[in-house]
Design a protein around this ligand. Structure first.
Ligand code: 5RP
Length: 240
């Protein structure tokens, strides 16, 4: 099977398997969303089946919940466990401080809640996501459908005084319909080019009425596992 995999998938899989092997018996584990996270869930499924690994998983989307159940991973709700030992998730970008852009899959709201309630968040990624400054990847914000155009106007205004390079905003679509998150909300993608002060921007965006959550994860990720297509992995800690 691995002969047919693209180099990027090989890299994602290497990172995902390595992080899945950090999971220990008895852990409550946050299960991220996306193609890299799906490799991690598959590896955990193998460990549950082959080693009898005893874990409880809290999925961050219906997609991940469906996959985890299919693979025999016991799935519980966040409220059943309250807090988690470890969350493993993908990311769209990470910087030297391990600040992240997430939400390429539109699941960053649940992902941020789950990761924040975890003792550790390990991000799994291929090397292309390693950036000096966040922002080349469009920053997703989840907004409620009510008055979303007004919300977009207020976000544009907030961006006028933000340290960013670009300010275009697009509505995420699924075919000819707006994309809907698991909560039924819309996603606006902010094409910022470069974000000078991610922490400040995250605070400013969440001040706008109608914005439910932005895709900046500041000070949440504790370690990144970077996968390479030859199967090697590198571990990255936050720069001090
Ligand atoms: C979903 C996410 C994903 O983790 C992120 O988009 C990375 O996805 P992939 O592993 O498919 O590259 O934040 O909301």
């Amino acid at each position: 099977m691995s002969e047919e995999m693209s180099p990027i998938d090989k890299a994602k899989r290497a990172a995902a398997r390595s992080a899945a092997d950090m999971v220990e018996d008895g852990m409550r584990v946050g299960l991220g969303t996306g193609s890299t996270a799906a490799w991690m869930v598959r590896r955990l499924g193998e460990r549950v089946r082959d080693e009898g690994l005893n874990i409880r998983g809290v999925p961050t989307s219906t997609r991940t919940a469906d996959l985890a159940r299919e693979l025999g991973i016991p799935v519980v709700t966040l409220d059943e466990v309250g807090t988690l030992d470890l969350t493993i998730d993908g990311a769209d970008e990470f910087d030297p401080h391990l600040n992240l852009i997430k939400g390429g899959g539109g699941a960053h709201l649940q992902e941020k809640i789950v990761a924040t309630l975890s003792d550790r968040m390990v991000v799994i990624a291929d090397a292309a996501k390693d950036v000096e400054a966040l922002g080349a990847f469009p920053l997703p914000i989840e907004v409620i459908p009510f008055g979303w155009q007004g919300t977009q106007t207020l976000v544009s205004k907030a961006l006028e005084t933000s340290d960013v390079q670009g300010r275009e905003i697009t509505m995420r679509m699924a075919g000819d319909q707006p994309f809907r998150s698991d909560e039924g909300n819309y996603i606006l993608d902010l094409h910022l080019g470069r974000i000078g002060d991610p922490r400040q921007l995250a605070l400013d965006l969440n001040q706008v009425p109608g914005v439910v959550e932005n895709g900046l994860f500041i000070g949440i990720c504790t370690q990144v596992v970077i996968g390479h297509e030859d199967g090697r992995v590198e571990l990255r800690a936050p720069a001090v």
